[in-house]
Design a protein around this ligand. Structure first.
Ligand SMILES: *[C@@H]1O[C@H](CO)[C@@H](O)[C@H](O)[C@H]1NC(C)=O
Ligand SMILES: *[C@@H]1O[C@H](CO)[C@@H](O)[C@H](O)[C@H]1NC(C)=O
Ligand SMILES: *[C@@H]1O[C@H](CO)[C@@H](O)[C@H](O)[C@H]1NC(C)=O
Ligand SMILES: *[C@@H]1O[C@H](CO)[C@@H](O)[C@H](O)[C@H]1NC(C)=O
Length: 355
């Protein structure tokens, strides 16, 4: 919000500092005695100056006012409009991003562009600066579902702000399902190395990946794994594919319920993932769930930490998740070390360009 206000005041002060208009200038011309050579010269330069600068100022003003108009247009842009604009073949790819994540968004987008799936991307902006920035570069691909969470507190992992921010995720997803679309959700600290859609086989309700780092056999079961130490599974809420079925909607409703039942506390510093796992646990009997193969969708706890596994499964990796590490700088450093940080050298491949 502060940067929006800042933008606004910049525009109006610029407009006010150039109060000249073509009409007021023509009245000042009449007061000159045009017969003296010096005045003639002055008049000539005035005409040149006005001729050069006035149209330019008008262009500037119209750019500013059109960006004001489009900003207010994007404020009104609804999730239904946005989903219908980006959806291809009934499918939307969704991420939820606040301003500090923009470099990760760009990195992720480059990887989707390489797989030719970027056109289906809908960025759910969690602050107005992100909404305007994405839509300015890539009109129609960002939407904000009000109210925007407090941007200052939204990005520290484990904080209440982060919990509030991620708690919005099942609501966004449920809303898109209710509009009738298939939806793939991704965290933006991911990179696509290949096209994941061929892996979304069959007609299951919910597809997801395991966040456990323990190595599984290559052809492991696609059932929900057995609960781990805490009595629940460790399915990742980072990558989820949902079909607009009653089963998928039920899981989203349960997830929202579980988040309400176990709100954030200082002691637990939870994120939204345990609630997602409890939702899967409680709906497993009624919903058709599908665990994606580990070799294609490994957790960061495996991919970045077990070189021999990476060698053994070479060529099978589809989406890499830079988790099991916290902090923007550390994530970027690790992506760089594994040649997965594209924004340094390939930023122009992103539909957003350099941000
Ligand atoms: C469209 O969706 C159907 C069903 O999900 C799928 O089989 C097909 O390959 C998709 N077509 C394209 C062009 O993506
Ligand atoms: C998180 O949400 C709760 C409940 O809506 C609210 O009381 C709290 O102020 C929010 N905290 C932050 C840091 O956004
Ligand atoms: C759900 O969790 C309970 C408690 O950990 C466990 O006993 C049960 O097997 C789980 N159900 C499924 C379907 O995973
Ligand atoms: C690393 O992966 C190999 C398989 O390639 C596996 O045998 C080994 O147990 C894994 N190491 C750890 C620490 O998980």
């Amino acid at each position: 919000m502060p940067s929006v206000l800042h933008q606004r005041s910049t525009h109006s002060s610029l407009a006010n500092s150039y109060p000249l208009s073509p009409r007021s200038s023509s009245s000042s011309e009449r007061s000159f005695s045009i017969f003296s050579p010096i005045n003639l010269l002055a008049l000539l330069s005035l005409i040149v100056i006005l001729g050069v600068f006035l149209p330019w100022m008008n262009i500037q003003e119209s750019i500013f006012s059109s960006s004001k108009v489009s900003n207010s247009k994007w404020r009104e842009y609804s999730l239904a409009e946005a989903a219908s604009f980006v959806a291809k073949n009934g499918t939307v790819i969704v991420c939820a991003v606040s301003q500090p994540y923009l470099p990760f968004l760009n990195n992720w987008l480059i990887s989707l562009t390489r797989q030719k799936h970027h056109e289906k991307v809908l960025v759910i902006a969690e602050d107005y600066a992100t909404l305007y920035k994405v839509n300015e570069r890539w009109p129609g691909h960002a939407v904000l579902v009000p109210p925007a969470p407090d941007a200052q507190t939204a990005h520290k992992f484990g904080s209440q702000g982060f919990f509030n921010f991620t708690s919005r995720r099942p609501r966004h997803l449920l809303h898109i399902l209710e509009l009738g679309y298939n939806v793939m959700y991704n965290d933006v600290d991911m990179v696509w190395l290949a096209d994941p859609f061929p892996y979304l086989q069959g007609n299951h309700d919910v597809y997801f990946t395991d966040d456990m780092a323990a190595v599984k056999p290559l052809h492991h079961s696609h059932e929900l794994p057995p609960p781990g130490k805490k009595g629940r599974t460790y399915i990742c809420s980072c990558m989820i594919f949902l079909r607009p079925t009653s089963g998928a909607k039920l899981v989203m409703r349960k997830w929202i319920e579980e988040l309400k039942a176990q709100p954030w506390s200082k002691a637990k510093k939870a994120n939204d993932q345990p609630a997602f796992n409890w939702a899967l646990n409680k709906t497993a009997g009624e919903v058709d769930l599908y665990l994606l193969p580990q070799s294609a969708f490994p957790t960061g706890g495996l991919y970045f930490k077990n070189q021999s596994w990476v060698q053994e499964t070479k060529g099978m990796h589809v989406i890499i998740h830079n988790n099991y590490i916290t902090g923007f700088e550390k994530k970027i450093k690790r992506f760089r070390e594994f040649n997965l940080w594209y924004v340094d050298d390939h930023t122009l491949e992103s539909p957003l360009g350099r941000i």
